[in-house]
Design a protein around this ligand. Structure first.
Ligand code: SF4
Length: 316
């Protein structure tokens, strides 16, 4: 695994922030160290194809489990993000390079080699690129589809906030099976958690995906433990349902470094179960709400269940 020690310049916009103490994790958050042969094989394929993963860049706690099964979430468009969200461990700043035109092909080759039934592809934010990377996403989807026509494709996109609103159509026309864009937190916490984003823009983006192509599943997620309360989480669920979002994920926020947003609290597994029950009551087709839930955690199995849930709802 890549050395995850963070150089001081990794988050220049956070350097001036005071250190926040990192609370001890409760026993329900502990995960095993990644050591399996499958883990190593996945890592080697990522290195061979010069691919970046959000699993490593974000320091995801599930990497041992996911990679042992070949489930890596590839992160396209570079390793440097143009935003400065206070929860995120991806390096931030001005991306040093233009988009790599050969990257879609390398992603497609890696998906083929891993023999994935379902792949999740995400990216950094590229506000420096005119279309926010929409065409690059579309090319990656098409390349994977061409090399592995049986593989279902899930994308986890940035918000394309500074791009022309019509660029969304470019991504939708490439027909991913699942279009995921995370709201990340409740609207009241946006100024401190996602300062470069707008809550209603993200919500509207997901609604537009459904309007442009109702066959595409839409998915979104939030982290809890950032300082939200239950009522505001319920409001987010209602907003998501109003935007016709199919699949909701809720996971515990973990603080990557002392410079990142403080963990307000660890939400108990019982509270997560309560969120899951409430979300199904509000009409989501699928809900994943556990402390270790991440957007791409168990995404392949969840996609099969999501498809079944839609068919059941349609009475087929
Ligand atoms: S949950 Fe997602 S980001 Fe984390 S290791 Fe698994 S695939 Fe990677």
């Amino acid at each position: 695994m890549r050395d995850l020690k963070i150089p001081s310049q990794r988050h220049p916009e956070k350097a001036h922030r005071p250190d926040n103490a990192q609370p001890k994790k409760p026993e329900w958050i502990r995960v095993k160290a990644p050591t399996s042969a499958g883990y190593k094989e996945t890592r080697d394929i990522m290195r061979e194809h010069k691919l970046t993963t959000v699993c490593e860049e974000a320091g995801c706690p599930n990497v041992g489990e996911c990679w042992s099964q070949g489930h890596a979430t590839m992160m396209i468009m570079g390793e440097v993000c143009t935003r400065g969200c206070t929860f995120c461990n991806i390096a931030t700043g001005k991306p040093p390079e233009a988009l790599d035109v050969f990257e879609p092909g390398r992603v497609a080759d890696a998906v083929k080699k891993l023999g994935l039934k379902h792949v999740v592809i995400t990216s950094v934010d590229r506000d420096d690129v005119e279309d926010g990377g929409a065409e690059h996403f579309a090319q990656t989807i098409r390349a994977v589809r061409h090399r592995s026509p049986e593989t279902t494709i899930e994308i986890l996109t940035p918000d394309f906030l500074h791009a022309d609103p019509d660029v969304l159509r470019v991504v939708v026309d490439a027909k991913p099976d699942v279009f995921n864009h995370n709201l990340e937190t409740v609207p009241g916490l946006y100024p401190e958690v996602r300062p470069g984003a707008r809550y209603f823009h993200s919500l509207r983006l997901l609604q537009r995906v459904k309007e442009l192509d109702p066959t595409i599943f839409t998915k979104s997620g939030i982290m809890v433990g950032l300082g939200e309360n239950r009522q505001s989480v319920m409001q987010v669920m209602d907003d998501m349902r109003a935007a016709d979002i199919d699949f909701l994920t809720i996971g515990q926020y973990l603080q990557p470094t002392p410079k990142h947003h403080v963990v307000d609290r660890f939400v108990t597994p019982e509270e997560f179960a309560g969120y899951e029950k409430a979300a199904y009551g509000k009409g989501f087709l699928m809900v994943s709400a556990t402390p270790l839930t991440r957007s791409s955690y168990h995404a392949g199995d969840d996609f099969a269940r999501l498809r079944d849930a839609r068919l059941k709802k349609l009475g087929r």
